[in-house]
Design a protein around this ligand. Structure first.
Ligand code: SF4
Ligand code: SF4
Length: 347
């Protein structure tokens, strides 16, 4: 598997969230995100409550996918500390938040991944693992599929396409074959099988600077082709738009496509998608405990606007509930067409 250097390793200017925000803010777009929200009666964007606590447990990953908004990779060392993990679990226990969504990097590489899953399931919370699939092929992580099944964790697995060429072009040579092997193992454990209750969703993002296909039509294609070619089954396909952040932003810059891609997103703004964006019901925790409206704002170093509750140790539902969500041009990625979120299309 090819491991390209991350932007951080390259000392690339776009490794910094502030530089990304500046670049996006300077684009001469036909409309600002705030103007689009105002026209839809949604400005300022407010949360509707916190249904999901999303932990970004670290930036380490066994892959360096070309579109990664985290700039994750094997050379990243940021990891959530035991102290922050404990605080997150205390917040989960004392709040009514029903779902713990664990992401990274590859979350399974976190040394406390097992403890986090076990604690959250003991609390009766729904747990989601955002799994890149290939991590389960690494010698020390062969336990992961069985462990996830045992704890009835919902798996959301990345697979940008049902063919190897497109998948490997985005995620690295050999990723498709390793992903299929992982999916077959998950299927053998009951994942994606009717009436097993073990949920296996696939997450697909376009292999380029265009919007994702219509989710239900794409799901039919993925289901047919994965079954026919590989005997793989799954529950739902979630489509997600490539966000103009981090490595995909660098890709756009290198191709001279940043303005055209952002303008495409602006033109596809959908007020119904804006009303359902994930930041309205999700709270995102960074590896160091800082709170964000979403994983994307996290990568742009754009914390929640509530000054008294910017760290998980200061978790305050009232202050967080009254905040205005921090938005910017990148938010057009969530509101274009049918919308896009960690749960797929939203409208
Ligand atoms: S997209 Fe996912 S699998 Fe790929 S480098 Fe980023 S975190 Fe890792
Ligand atoms: S990028 Fe984040 S803050 Fe902006 S609309 Fe999407 S989820 Fe909300």
């Amino acid at each position: 598997m090819t491991a390209l250097p991350t932007l951080r390793r390259q000392r690339h200017p776009l490794a910094a969230g502030a530089a990304q925000r500046r670049l996006l803010a300077e684009l001469p777009l036909s409309r600002s995100f705030e103007a689009a929200l105002t026209a839809s009666g949604l400005e300022p964007l407010r949360p509707m409550g916190t249904d999901v606590l999303q932990l970004n447990v670290g930036k380490r990953c066994n892959q360096t996918c070309g579109h990664c908004h985290v700039d994750a990779g094997p050379d990243r060392t940021e990891m959530m500390s035991t102290e922050v993990v404990d605080i997150c679990l205390r917040v989960l226990a004392s709040s009514g938040i029903g779902t713990l969504d664990i992401t990274g990097g590859a979350p399974e590489l976190h040394p406390e991944f097992r403890r986090i899953v076990e604690a959250a399931t003991r609390l009766g919370r729904r747990v989601i693992d955002r799994c890149n699939l290939t991590v389960t092929r690494l010698p020390n992580y062969r336990y992961v599929p069985g462990f996830l099944a045992e704890h009835r964790v919902r798996v959301v697995a990345s697979l940008p396409y049902y063919q190897s060429r497109q998948t490997d072009a985005q995620r690295g040579e050999g990723v498709f074959d390793a992903s299929i092997a992982a999916l077959r193992e998950l299927n053998a454990l009951g994942y994606g099988q009717p009436e097993s209750g073990l949920v296996l969703d696939l997450m697909a993002n376009p292999v380029g600077a265009f919007l994702p296909p219509e989710q239900s039509a794409a799901e039919r294609d993925w289901r047919r082709e994965l079954a026919r070619r590989h005997g793989v089954v799954f529950n739902s396909l979630l489509t997600i738009t490539n966000m103009p952040i981090s490595r995909f932003l660098d890709h756009l810059e290198r191709k001279g496509q940043t303005h055209a891609y952002l303008e495409k997103l602006v033109q596809a703004f959908n007020p119904a998608a804006a009303a359902g964006v994930m930041c309205r019901f999700t709270l995102s925790v960074g590896w160091d405990g800082t709170l964000y409206d979403c994983d994307f704002n996290q990568m742009l170093d754009l914390p929640v606007s509530s000054p008294s509750a910017r760290h998980i140790r200061d978790f305050d539902p009232a202050a967080l509930g009254a905040r205005a969500i921090a938005t910017g041009p990148h938010c057009f990625g969530c509101t274009a067409g049918a919308g896009s979120s960690c749960g797929g299309a939203v409208a």
